[in-house]
Design a protein. Structure first.
Length: 125
């Protein structure tokens, strides 16, 4: 399995990381999770938002990596772009939780650049 495909596996776990952070030590009850999430404020609420955004970003990333893989795109390029996505998305979640909106937007942009770059690499293959 290529490094880029391993990045898809890592990307799958990022939403769960942010959800776990939000729930950790916060009186979370699994009997009514959505009610609990709706009452959160501050950094827990932002961690929940980071989780939602991570799920939204995962599908395009996975599609881009798979498209690059199956079209025979340059593997080194795909690996670097996949790594850029993962690093960008980790930073995105951290900045979300810390309420650093400008840094969060910059890291979000890095993730989008990586996804677009993967599709461009596929197109050039």
């Amino acid at each position: 399995m290529t490094f880029a495909l391993w990045c898809v596996f890592v990307g799958l776990w990022l939403p769960l990381l942010w959800a776990g952070l939000a729930k950790w030590g916060g009186g979370y009850s699994n009997s009514r999770p959505r009610e609990w999430m709706a009452t959160q404020e501050g950094w827990r609420q932002r961690a929940i938002w980071a989780q939602s955004n991570a799920w939204e970003a995962f599908a395009p990333f996975a599609a881009a990596v798979l498209t690059a893989h199956f079209t025979g795109a340059d593997q080194l390029t795909a690996n670097w772009l996949a790594a850029l996505f993962i690093v960008s998305r980790i930073l995105h979640g951290v900045f979300y939780v810390l309420d650093r909106s400008t840094a969060r937007s910059v890291s979000w942009f890095g993730g989008i650049v990586a996804v677009v770059g993967l599709f461009v690499a596929a197109a050039l293959a």
